[in-house]
Design a protein around this ligand. Sequence first.
Ligand SMILES: N[C@@H](CCC(=O)N[C@@H](CS)C(=O)NCC(=O)O)C(=O)O
Length: 269
Amino acid sequence: MLELYHHGSSVCAAKVRFALAEKGVEVDEYHYVDILVGEQFTPEYLAINPRAVVPSLVHDGRVVNESTLICEYVDEMFEGPALMPSDPYERYLMRSWTKVVDELLHPACADVTYVSCHRHIVRRLGPEKLEEFVESTPEQSVKGAWRKRKRELVMLGFDAPDIDSKFRLYDRQLQAMEAALEDAVWLAGDSFTLADIALAPYVNRLDMLGMGGLWTGRLSNVENWFERIRSRPAFRPSLLDWCPEHLTRDLREYGSQSWPQVRAILGVA
Ligand SMILES: N[C@@H](CCC(=O)N[C@@H](CS)C(=O)NCC(=O)O)C(=O)O
């Protein structure tokens, strides 16, 4: 019995759905946790995931947390195409990408997503529920000090301290991808691996925010890589279809409103 706790706009959940789909593994039960109204804070979900984040995988009653670890678990546990290279050096390359995602890109993405879109969505909760929503956030959640940062992003938007550096970090990761893809089809070499699966939701996040100008006409290797990613049969069901229409619309509309500020921060024409 395989159960997945996830959310439509979560990059980490999308990563796990992508890995499961590429592997050809069927999920028996999906549990949708709406992290924009606070469903991650129920005692039942905290018992599964104490940091109050999605995704969580439950396999025959055993909990597996942390999206990168879940992807490796899925690859090792189930039959299907190998998603980790057998060559130790390529495996190292793969893990250096997933490490960068966990340590740098994901924390930056949380800020980028909240400031560009999610702050507008959670403000619809109204002042009282919004306060409860922010206060329920564990300090060690998406990243350290997430409760305090979430409050700053919701209240101050683009005036939150240090926001420019998060966009710059995201952009630097796109440029690192551009360099890695100079001599290889995929990020960790010539085979499609968990490195590509890990990065795909972050490029797709910018795309859904209407910020594809960060690579289109600017980083051609990333542009071609994303086209190859998009043409995989597992892409649409895992990275687009689980995002409800209203959320897809919000990402596009609020993201497009934020785009001029992002362009100014990064100096993109
Ligand atoms: N390191 C965790 C991070 C998970 C995470 O940050 N999930 C986000 C969605 S992508 C979340 O649940 N956020 C809840 C919140 O912001 O309160 C993983 O890789 O699974």
